[in-house]
Design a protein around this ligand. Structure first.
Ligand SMILES: Nc1ncnc2c1ncn2[C@@H]1O[C@H](COP(=O)(O)OP(=O)(O)OP(=O)(O)O)[C@@H](O)[C@H]1O
Length: 899
């Protein structure tokens, strides 16, 4: 490596506040940022091999390689308080994510005080920073966390025996303990190496529930391959020694599960048993060579474990019979990797096609095309390109492709894992979450999604990343083009399908079925592959539509009983298992109580007419500012709302499937960085996106499915944080609302959000003016476009056209003047305060007009919580009143009888 460093042209770097003349004294000083940019951002081969050979030590002995390599030589304190060190050796990065780690370390070490920058050397390791800290990209919020956890704080993870490299990353991320879904699935996944079918509420950490077993599995496989000199594909990862249950045992388990339901008093006891079972599943077939856990940690853990077990709640488990597996027989070579291209380079560069190549095959948003759009209406303010005109980048679905069957292409750089997601943003986010967790492992992650140049993705694939995170469209395209690394897909050791219920929805991902066929084309590889299937709504089932229920009268008057019945969650799961080709899956479903929505989520609704929706929305945005996501059912609605809200100076950020990919990501990042950001999106943003601290989710329209409601709402109240979701409902949506409540087993109506009728009046007026202005602007834009089209045609044909040939669009010439006047008037209205300072109002709850006093300062969540609390109090009071009345009546009756 040092030879390589010497061969590179290192240049001294000018530091802020560092006089040029002093630079000569520091010959050889190289800023850390420069190292990574010069292509050293790849595997540290030497240390990796050493690591593979040595046994894992205590968690306390986590040894960062970086510390060993860098030897500070000289320290100089500058006049501006900046401390600079010259280094004997430059510190090469060890992983594909060291750019991030560098940022993070620098962030940690620097403390900005009164505008001055000073460095605080942690553990004799002071590093200088020569570049501005870049804003994190989507999904990088994870790695920007600065945690002050110590290895001792990480004991809750010890039972999973994660490699220390992963533990170190988790520690840096501030993940002190596993989340519930991680706690329940990791033992079976890591030690039992079982397939996992996981259903847990939104924002509960499902990504790492499959990410951690994949990362640790890859490390184990690499270690084994290196130790035994085997080809990775020869090593059967999944164990065939799993505890197999007889049919009798299975039915026994099922009965016990059934009995658990409804027995509230026994819930805790049962859950203890369940957790124990899951651990047994996990450990019983674990690796023999993994029992090197230090005793003191074990002892410490025991008490922690017991505590955790007591706290566990009811978990539904469904055991599914598993098939016999065979061992993998293929050959191949494990090798180190060269020329790896940093993932962030892919997204940094402007290689996104300006015309956004794929028209949303990836997110499957077929229902997003509105009539408005089809007619080609311009929205203004929305950066969009018509992608279909030239058919650029559209995913070509190739029918009747000849599957290569058992033909296996090996590149020498094994592909270990494939993770499939429904949207591009989610794929990018998952990649970044994995990269953060894999920071010290040397495992590389590639993201293969539509909307950006395929060439660069192919280059990344050439470097042989261990993990590919992809959307089905682009993956299928590259696979069919014969991309060599992807030809190893049938041999992957791990397959994860995130948001699985969405992925398998009929008609959404045409590429998924052939992809699965390809993945399952080799029986032995299929059986030695570990599968993960996760979603918050995996077990959610719907009522059958009316026309499929009950009896049917045929044309001839014959009555037939329909045999179609509502699918049970178990049936849904079995279908999934067969479709994906899973064996011995462990089903962890912890959504039984909330059906996928987070416990920390507060739900409410606003019932109003369609015409009033804009005013109510504006009221919420202005009155209760906060990071807000507004969901619509169609692209047309998103465009219209974005236009209206930008007139009202709410700075909305639109997000829908017809936007260029770069713009989509940019808007998401802007939204993440603005505590008062307003993202107006279709359901393309409903699933999986992990944007920290979203305060409100507003359903501008009642979602078409209960799943969409759960996932949209799940963008707030993530990772134990609180959040509010507001469902806006007009009378025509009552049916969808009722259906939603039924599917989500709601026993009572979603409570109403308190809105002051008094302050709604000026809001309504203002919004009406904005709509008027918007309509005028639209007319003008249309006219301009039509005129432009007429002139373009004339120019192209080199003819002079008069109005008789192609009539000029009928535009009132005074429209510009009217528009200007209206705009001025509107803007003068806009600057007036909507809600006077210190404004408060009384909101009537449960027939008590004085029940709730709402002041201007209260945030929406607090307002709603107060309303719910007040409602409950009133109910209790009424109950109490009735009870005492009844008592009074009884005693009265008794006394009269005695008399
Ligand atoms: N063990 C942990 N401790 C603390 N935070 C965690 C832990 N694991 C994950 N997180 C954080 O929790 C948040 C939600 O995680 P993730 O995105 O995986 O949720 P999810 O269950 O997949 O949600 P969704 O169903 O919406 O896709 C992320 O910000 C992640 O960084």
């Amino acid at each position: 490596m040092s030879k390589k460093i010497n061969n590179l042209k290192w240049e001294s770097v000018a530091l802020e506040g560092f006089p040029e003349s002093m630079m000569d004294n520091f010959q050889g000083f190289v800023g850390l940022e420069e190292c990574t940019d010069y292509g050293l951002d790849k595997q540290n081969k030497r240390s990796k091999k050493n690591k593979q050979a040595t046994k894992r030590k205590n968690i306390e002995n986590i040894n960062p390689q970086i510390e060993k390599i860098e030897i500070p030589k000289k320290k100089i304190k500058l006049s501006n308080g900046f401390t600079v060190e010259s280094c004997q050796n430059a510190t090469p990065s060890t992983t594909n994510e060291d750019k991030n780690s560098t940022h993070k370390k620098n962030k940690k070490e620097k403390k900005v005080k009164n505008g001055k920058v000073s460095t605080v050397p942690p553990d004799n390791e002071t590093k200088t920073k020569t570049k501005k800290v870049k804003k994190p990209k989507l999904g990088e919020n994870m790695s920007s966390v600065t945690s002050d956890l110590t290895p001792e704080d990480m004991l809750s993870w010890a039972e999973f025996k994660l490699p220390e490299e992963i533990l170190k990353a988790l520690m840096e991320l501030g993940f002190k303990k596993p989340t519930k879904i991680q706690q329940l699935s990791l033992p079976a996944a890591i030690h039992g190496r079982r397939d996992i079918l996981g259903a847990a509420e939104t924002g509960s950490g499902k990504t790492l529930a499959f990410g951690l077993p994949i990362l640790s599995g890859i490390m184990k496989l690499k270690e084994k391959a290196a130790l035994k000199g085997l080809d990775v594909y020869e090593i059967p990862y999944k164990k065939s020694s799993n505890k197999k249950k007889t049919d009798e045992e299975l039915s026994k388990d099922k009965n016990s599960n059934r009995n658990k339901k409804g027995r509230k008093d026994k819930k805790q006891l049962n859950s203890k048993k369940e957790v124990k079972e899951s651990s047994e599943d996990g450990y019983s077939s674990g690796d023999e060579d993994e029992n090197d856990e230090p005793k003191n940690i074990k002892e410490n853990l025991k008490s922690i474990k017991d505590k955790n077990v007591e706290q566990e709640e009811f978990i539904e488990e469904i055991d599914v019979p598993f098939r016999k597996r065979e061992e993998s027989i293929d050959e191949g070579n494990d090798s180190d990797e060269d020329n790896y291209i940093h993932l962030s380079e892919m997204f940094d560069s402007d290689d996104f096609k300006s015309s956004d190549d794929e028209s949303q095959k990836d997110d499957g948003s077929v229902d997003e095309q509105s009539d408005d759009e089809k007619s080609g209406d311009e929205t203004g303010g929305v950066d969009e390109v018509d992608m279909n005109e030239e058919g650029i980048g559209c995913v070509k679905v190739v029918d009747n492709v000849e599957l290569p069957g058992h033909v296996v292409v090996k590149t020498g750089k094994p592909l270990y894992a494939l993770i499939l997601t429904p949207t591009r943003e989610l794929a990018i986010q998952i990649s970044r979450h994995l990269i953060a967790a894999a920071k010290y492992t040397g495992i590389k992650v590639a993201t293969i999604v539509g909307g950006m140049a395929a060439v660069k993705q192919e280059r990344v694939l050439k470097s042989g990343p261990e993990i590919v995170v992809a959307t089905p469209g682009r993956l299928w395209e590259l696979l069919n083009q014969g991309q060599p690394h992807l030809q190893q897909l049938p041999m992957v050791k791990f397959l994860a399908i995130d948001e699985t219920d969405r992925m398998i929805e009929r008609g959404h991902f045409d590429e998924l079925t052939p992809l699965l066929e390809r993945l399952n084309s080799d029986e032995s590889h299929k059986n030695s592959r570990q599968n993960f299937v996760f979603s918050a709504t995996l077990t959610l089932v719907h009522d059958l539509p009316g026309h499929m229920k009950g009896k049917k009268v045929t044309r001839r008057g014959k009555i037939i009983n329909r045999k179609v019945e509502k699918m049970t969650p178990q049936q849904k799961i079995k279908r999934l298992i067969n479709m994906i080709g899973m064996t011995d899956p462990k089903v962890v479903d912890i959504t039984t109580q909330n059906l996928g929505t987070a416990e920390t989520l507060t739900e409410c609704r606003i019932s109003c007419s369609m015409d009033q929706k804009d005013a109510y929305l504006y009221y919420i945005l202005k009155r209760h500012p906060g990071r807000t996501m507004v969901f619509c059912n169609s692209i047309g609605s998103v465009k219209r709302l974005a236009q209206l809200l930008s007139l009202l100076k709410c700075q909305p950020l639109p997000l829908h499937a017809n936007m260029p990919q770069r713009q989509r990501l940019k808007n998401l990042e802007r939204f993440r960085d603005d505590p008062h950001g307003v993202l107006v999106a279709t359901d393309v943003a409903a699933r999986g996106l992990d944007i920290p601290d979203v305060d409100h989710v507003i359903h501008y329209q009642v979602p078409k499915t209960a799943e969409n409601y759960v996932h949209r709402s799940g963008r707030t109240a993530r990772a134990t944080k609180e959040g509010l979701t507001i469902l806006m409902m007009e009378p025509a949506e009552a049916y969808n609302y009722a259906k939603l409540c039924r599917t989500l087993n709601k026993t009572s109506e979603i409570p109403t959000f308190p809105v002051s009728a008094h302050s709604l009046a000026p809001v309504t007026q203002l919004v009406a003016r904005a709509r008027e202005l918007d309509a005028l602007q639209l007319r003008r834009r249309r006219a301009a476009r039509a005129r432009g089209w007429r002139e373009r045609v004339a120019r192209d044909l080199d003819i002079i056209i008069d109005d008789d040939d192609i009539p000029a669009p009928n535009v009132d010439p005074s429209i510009d003047k009217v528009l200007r006047t209206k705009k001025r008037q509107f803007e003068s209205l806009l600057v007036r305060p909507l809600f006077p300072k210190g404004f408060s109002f009384k909101y009537p709850t449960l027939n008590d007009p004085n029940a709730l006093q709402i002041t201007c300062e209260e945030n929406a969540l607090q307002v709603m919580k107060n309303a719910i609390e007040s409602g409950k109090l009133k109910k209790d009071k009424r109950k109490g009143k009735n009870e005492s009345l009844l008592k009074l009546e009884k005693t009265f009756k008794k006394t009269t009888k005695v008399k």
